[in-house]
Write a protein that binds this ligand. Structure first.
Ligand code: JFZ
Length: 481
């Protein structure tokens, strides 16, 4: 779904201005990224050491919970008796729902089953170290107490509670970090908010209801920026992450600069690459895919659904297996990225049982094998992940990456972890190793029984027991010097 709304002219302009003012990649010890903007972002001004300190917890964490939750969980994929194709949180746009009809959902929203305690406990049980929840999605409905705009969960629903406040408290108690997703650009219920094109929305602004029309800068000044201020000041030490989304050309460098000036007041904040206005942010955000080789030199986080929707859809039962989810986590860690895995609570606030079940299973594996994931670095090998086909091309016409799933590897300063998906007969063989192995054992073996190591001209062999210790992934630890 790569239909970012930008004109060819706008792109050409951006590229041209970048070529003209393009700063050197590194300038002394500072990392130059967005210096052609009038408002410099923290990434432009901090030192590499400051950056490492700011990103440290996030790089350690490796695994987070994305929560897409809002009014769209009421229709849950069905409008006027029709199942609406596409992701559930887009239903207002996909079904061209008039603003007044959509806003009327608020009076029915009473998610009394919502438990911040249980959701944070679920994240913990899954081995997740942080949560990012939709504070406001493209539908413009604020899931928090907002004085800046009345279309919010406290003022406009019978629920009257602020789930973000409750989550912040629980996260503090249970030691999980909390971040907020905020749709800064698209807003389908506020005048002037942007909209991506769906269906027959053929007007230049892609609006389908005249009440959406207005001035984008006024929308930013009267709703989005005031709400971001609320989010950044009303929740104590949270949010630690702001997750922007779907920038359009409406977000000019100057307007984005106003947001950056606000972000700059919170020097520990981490924010992604979806603000717009040419700002690169801290993190790349591959969505629903794992890049073949990560993003060398950039922090990155793959966000993914468990089924085929972010926001709850009652009839989407196309859940990935625990095996797939766990392989994805390991694959991502082996390429140096984070995994932001989504849950979509329903209109009562319940997390779908299929999601709970899978998260608990992933958590069981991490409880035994987490040492191979948290705080580790990317593989020292690389070819184990697969190779580029010489015959097949991907969607962009480049050689297609064909993954292989025998094993992955992660590293720390004194260990190499080999996550084995398929169990080799007799021994695990490596042709060459950049370090010297001093001992080997299986991470799931409580006694850490040493495995026999044989070095030869042909490489290194580690003798393995007959049976894998885990049906999905057994971790072989090579202590190194
Ligand atoms: C965006 C959101 O639109 C989506 O609802 C969800 O929050 C996801 C994590 O982020 O995903 C996109 C981005 C771009 C398009 C569609 C969904 N697009 O270009 O049509």
């Amino acid at each position: 779904m790569k239909t970012y709304r930008c004109t060819v002219a706008a792109v050409a302009l951006l590229l041209a201005s970048h070529a003209l003012h393009s700063p050197a990649q590194t300038e002394g010890h500072r990392i130059a990224t967005n210096q052609d903007h009038s408002v410099a972002a923290i990434q432009d001004t901090e030192t590499a050491a400051q950056r490492d300190a700011r990103m440290a917890w996030w790089r350690e964490a490796r695994f987070g919970m994305f929560i897409h939750w809002g009014l769209y969980s009421i229709p849950a994929g069905t409008w006027n008796g029709k199942q609406i194709p596409g992701i559930g949180e887009w239903i207002m746009n996909s079904a061209s729902i008039p603003v007044a009809d959509y806003k009327a959902l608020a009076s029915q929203f009473n998610p009394t089953a919502f438990s911040a305690h249980d959701i944070v406990a679920l994240a913990k049980a899954a081995g997740m170290k942080y949560i990012v929840i939709t504070a406001k999605h493209h539908d413009g409905f604020a899931m928090f107490d907002s004085k800046a705009d009345p279309f919010n969960i406290v003022a406009a629903t019978p629920f009257h509670r602020d789930p973000l406040r409750e989550l912040a408290e629980e996260c503090r108690k249970q030691g999980v970090k909390l971040g907020f997703y905020y749709s800064q650009d698209q807003d389908w219920t506020a005048p002037g908010g942007a909209a991506y094109k769906r269906g027959n929305h053929d007007r230049p602004n892609h609006h389908w209801d005249p009440s959406q029309d207005g001035d984008f800068a006024s929308y930013l000044h009267t709703k989005a920026i005031p709400q971001m201020k609320e989010l950044l000041t009303n929740y104590g030490d949270f949010p630690v992450v702001i997750w922007f989304d779907t920038p359009t050309p409406d977000m000019t460098p100057a307007l984005a600069g106003e947001i950056v000036a606000l972000l700059n007041q919170h020097p520990n904040l981490i924010w992604n690459n979806r603000l717009g206005g040419g700002y690169k942010g801290d993190t790349e955000t591959p969505e629903q895919f794992i890049p073949a080789q990560g993003y060398p030199g950039r922090d990155w986080e793959a966000c993914m659904t468990m089924n085929d929707t972010w926001g709850y859809k009652s009839y989407d039962t196309n859940f990935k297996s625990t095996e797939t989810l766990l392989r994805n986590l390991i694959d991502i860690a082996s390429k140096g990225g984070n995994y932001l895995l989504n849950i979509g609570p329903d209109s009562k606030g319940n997390v779908p049982p299929a999601e709970i079940e899978r998260l608990q299973q992933v958590g069981k594996w991490l409880a035994v094998n987490g040492e191979a994931i948290y705080g580790t670095h990317a593989t020292l090998f690389g070819s184990e992940a697969g190779s580029f086909s010489t015959a097949e091309k991907d969607k962009e016409g480049k050689p297609k990456f064909i993954p292989t799933w025998n094993w992955r590897s992660t590293t720390t300063d004194d260990a190499i972890y080999i996550e084995l998906f398929s169990w080799p007969k007799g021994s695990f063989h490596l042709d060459k190793l950049p370090r010297t192995v001093t001992s080997a054992y299986l991470l799931a073996d409580k006694s850490k029984k040493p495995l026999k190591i044989t070095n030869s001209a042909g490489g290194i062999d580690i003798a393995l027991p007959v049976q894998a210790l885990d049906p999905i992934a057994t971790v072989l630890v090579l202590k190194t010097k």
